[in-house]
Design a protein around this ligand. Structure first.
Ligand SMILES: Nc1ncnc2c1ncn2[C@@H]1O[C@H](COP(=O)(O)OP(=O)(O)OP(=O)(O)O)[C@@H](O)[C@H]1O
Ligand SMILES: [Mg+2]
Length: 236
């Protein structure tokens, strides 16, 4: 069953169509990749899905429910969580409290502290749980943001360039985490420029270019698609 379904989404900034009739489906148990050159519209699509930007046309469904008109908080109650390309952590709170704030909004609020401790362990953040996120390298800050999203126990998890700033070993561990989350039933949507990561963890990849989906398929098919190669070369 599709956990997230987007159909016919169009967003215009002035005369520029950032998204033009975009459709996307992300299934529970799968990692769905969303790739494309800079400015393709990936983050804008996440804004539409999470309710931060209203599309001029199109619909968003979570678990079959039309949430196109719901506010962001309503969408999180229906199981949606996301991270941001530009980190948006609470700098005055510790790493642990960043996760705790989210856990207390989620379905597991009664056992929020235990849930947060388990997440800190899972993400390897226990040693820095009392630090301020502002003091951390970007790669680690991104993991904290992933932790905050996971603290809401999402069914659909949108990740906007979560591995940027991670080294090779961190990225490998992160890939294993994404696979595990999918295996637990989460629908993961991954925006990422690290093609190694995308190709190794995604079940299905959507390629956006200039606001349009130009290819969809398993990683191996998409990476050899001539339209896709041309879009990336045009970007170089
Ligand atoms: N708030 C805004 N106002 C005007 N134009 C915008 C705004 N946000 C995005 N855009 C434009 O919309 C298009 C899509 O931008 P978006 O940030 O969604 O791309 P992206 O695929 O996430 O790119 P990147 O890989 O660089 O993060 C771009 O042309 C961008 O300049
Ligand atoms: Mg972006």
């Amino acid at each position: 069953m599709a956990s997230l379904q987007v159909s016919g989404v169009t967003v215009a900034f002035g005369g520029n169509r950032a998204l033009d009739g975009v459709g996307l489906t992300a299934e529970s148990g799968h990692v769905t990749g969303l790739i494309g050159p800079n400015g393709a519209g990936k983050s804008t699509l996440f804004d539409v899905v999470s309710g931060l930007r209203r599309p001029s046309s199109g619909r968003v469904f979570l678990d079959g429910r039309d949430v196109t008109r719901s506010r962001p908080a309503g969408r999180s109650r229906h199981g949606l969580a996301r991270t941001f390309q530009r980190l948006e952590l609470f700098g005055r709170l510790s790493v642990r409290d960043n996760l705790l704030v989210a856990a207390e909004l989620g379905p597991d609020r009664r056992r929020a502290a235990a849930l947060v401790d388990a997440l800190l362990t899972r993400l390897g953040l226990t040693a820095i749980a009392d630090s301020s996120p502002d003091s951390l390298p970007t790669g680690v800050g991104r993991l904290v943001e992933v932790g905050r999203a996971l603290a809401m126990r999402p069914k659909v998890l949108l990740l906007d360039e979560p591995a940027a700033g991670q080294d090779g070993e961190e990225t490998e561990r992160f890939a294993a985490l994404l696979r595990a989350l999918a295996d637990e039933g989460t629908a993961v949507v991954l925006v990422e420029h690290d093609m190694g990561l995308v190709m190794s963890v995604c079940d299905q990849v959507y390629v956006l270019d200039l606001g349009k989906v130009i290819a969809v398929g398993p990683p191996d098919l998409v990476r050899h698609d001539e339209t896709v190669l041309a879009a990336y070369l045009g970007d170089a």
